[in-house]
Design a protein around this ligand. Structure first.
Ligand code: ADP
Ligand code: MG
Length: 307
């Protein structure tokens, strides 16, 4: 099967959407950016053996690549427009491509990100997704803008994905974990949730925002540095799932939350006069100073791909 057949068979049916005028098939795609808004663009690569290993199901790889890219749009407060995929693979493996396209399709519907184009080449396995969204010019959320007196908020539960990865890797074989809990924890790694709706809802409320891809401490430090403030985080307030606490206990769960990566939750700062959205937890405050302060010492410095 040639490149063209791969495209028509697996990637050409995911391309329609509200803002799509021209999709897969021509030299370029055409999207309508609604009036009075800016185009928000972000690119993420997933490379075999750097970001994922070959035991990850292609469905999960496809879903996760979209969710993690969409998470950057969420962190900007953008509404989704569409995405392109640059796919490099060593051989044309039908079963694998079928799985990949299933995962892409699921995420593409869930996040309203039609696949409007891309490139398909031969080489070491990697996926590069470029996601596009839009936002009124003065409402986009940045890492800068946190002010002294703001509250620090996060969505969801932290640490589940990092622990889920270790479970998948067989590092906790001796541990007895409830079957449903294990399923849930692994799925937080394989199927993270991009908080696009939350991002849009807080774009007129929050003073700064970032998505948590590299661990709470590390990502909170980006906001602190960009905004020129100190983020003081109370460890007791950090939201931990009952599944994670049941599996490893509170203390270890907290270490996963502080240092683990790939939660793809949103961390944002809210001015004191703004109501906290219901599904969100306040974990600290913005102070004068710099960096991140947390009352628990972190054991390691989080998660990075370049060691
Ligand atoms: P060109 O040579 O003009 O770049 P291609 O043959 O690379 O065209 O691609 C043909 C069409 O298929 C284009 O519209 C391109 O955007 C789309 N396409 C190629 N690869 C992918 C992919 N992996 N996912 C989605 N669309 C793709
Ligand atoms: Mg091309």
């Amino acid at each position: 099967m040639g490149e063209f057949d791969v495209i028509t068979r697996y990637f050409s049916s995911l391309g329609s959407g509200e803002f799509v005028d021209l999709s897969v098939g021509d030299d370029g795609a055409a999207l309508t950016v609604p009036p009075n808004s800016e185009l928000i663009v972000s690119t993420d690569s997933s490379v075999l053996d750097t970001h994922f290993t070959d035991d990850l199901f292609p469905e999960d790889l496809g879903y996760k690549a979209v969710a993690s890219a969409a998470s950057d749009l969420a962190a900007m407060g953008a509404d989704p427009l569409g995405m392109t995929l640059a796919l490099t693979m060593p051989t044309v493996d039908d079963l694998w491509l079928h799985g990949l396209s299933q995962g892409l399709a699921r995420a593409c519907h869930e996040y309203r990100l039609p696949l409007v184009g891309g490139d398909t080449t031969r080489g070491p396995l990697s996926l590069t997704l470029t996601v596009m969204g839009f936002c009124p010019p003065h409402q986009k959320l940045l890492r800068t803008g946190a002010n002294v007196g703001d509250r620090v908020c996060v969505s969801g539960y932290l640490g589940d994905a990092a622990f889920g990865l270790q479970v998948m890797q067989g590092k906790y074989r001796g541990l007895e974990i409830d079957f449903d809990d294990q399923d849930y924890l692994v799925s937080r790694f394989t199927h993270p949730t991009a908080r696009l709706d939350l991002g849009c809802r807080i774009r007129t409320l929050a003073s700064s925002c970032i998505d948590l891809s590299d661990g709470l401490l590390r990502d909170a430090a980006h906001v602190a540095n960009a905004s020129g403030v100190r983020l003081a985080i109370q460890s007791a307030a950090i939201p931990l799932s009952s599944a994670l606490i049941a599996a490893v206990g509170k203390e270890q769960a907290l270490q996963f939350a502080l240092n683990g990566g790939e939660d793809y939750e949103l961390l944002f700062t809210l001015p004191p006069d703004v109501d906290v959205p219901s599904e969100v937890t306040v974990i600290g405050v913005v102070d004068e100073g710099m960096g991140v302060h947390c009352d628990v010492t972190a054991r390691s410095q989080g998660y990075e791909h370049f060691h």
